[in-house]
Design a protein around this ligand. Structure first.
Ligand SMILES: Nc1ncnc2c1ncn2[C@@H]1O[C@H](COP(=O)(O)OP(=O)(O)OP(=O)(O)O)[C@@H](O)[C@H]1O
Length: 178
């Protein structure tokens, strides 16, 4: 089979895969995750490097904005951590400057993005991960990524109204998915 036919076949398979997953929501290639470059990542000019990693991986950007998050929004976002001793410091840190809020889409994007981020504590993160390469302390760990598909759905609806998310086709989809 020539490259053109293979590409058309890949595209057909992808359309079928997408049709299947659209019925069941954000699963398969339509899975989405919420990623935020935290205020330290923005101040340290890491936004471009971080976006580049997700783009190069093959994920699709469907939402992006620079936002000064309110304390109310952040308290809601980190509600599960409200009883932790570092909670108020975390809210102060996260509201200390703008964050770059993003939604990325693709197959297994939630799990894969967490691997790309590294561990919560940069000291435990391997070189090659974002936290392994760009930061030192847990309280300044430059990036957030949803930890499950259900958290991703909750966080995306918290940070992005539906009309700020774009539906578009990657022109190179058939070279990313078979
Ligand atoms: N011991 C700590 N001291 C200070 N800050 C902490 C500590 N543990 C966690 N944090 C902060 O709280 C954030 C949320 O912690 P969580 O345990 O949910 O980790 P995570 O899911 O890896 O991080 P995130 O939700 O930001 O992606 C961490 O990313 C970090 O910024």
């Amino acid at each position: 089979m020539g490259p053109r036919k293979r590409s058309q076949r890949g595209l057909q398979d992808l359309v079928v895969k997408q049709a299947r997953t659209e019925q069941s929501g954000w699963t398969g290639v339509n899975e989405r995750t919420f990623i935020a470059v935290k205020p330290d990542g923005v101040q340290r000019r890491l936004v471009g490097q971080i976006v580049r990693r997700f783009e190069k991986k093959g994920f699709k950007l469907v939402g992006l904005k620079l936002v000064q998050a309110s304390e109310d929004l952040l308290r809601e976002h980190y509600w599960d951590l409200r009883s932790k001793p570092f909670f108020s410091g975390l809210i102060t840190y996260m509201s200390s400057g703008p964050v770059v809020a993003m939604v990325w889409q693709g197959l297994d994007v939630v799990k894969t993005a967490r691997k790309m981020l590294g561990e919560t504590n940069p000291a435990d993160s391997l070189p090659g991960t974002i936290r392994g390469d760009y930061c030192v302390e847990v309280g300044r760990n430059v990036i957030h990524g949803s930890d499950s598909v259900s958290s991703a759905q909750k966080e995306i609806s918290l940070w992005f109204p539906q009309n700020e998310l774009q539906c578009w086709e990657h022109s190179c989809n058939s070279w990313i998915y078979n």
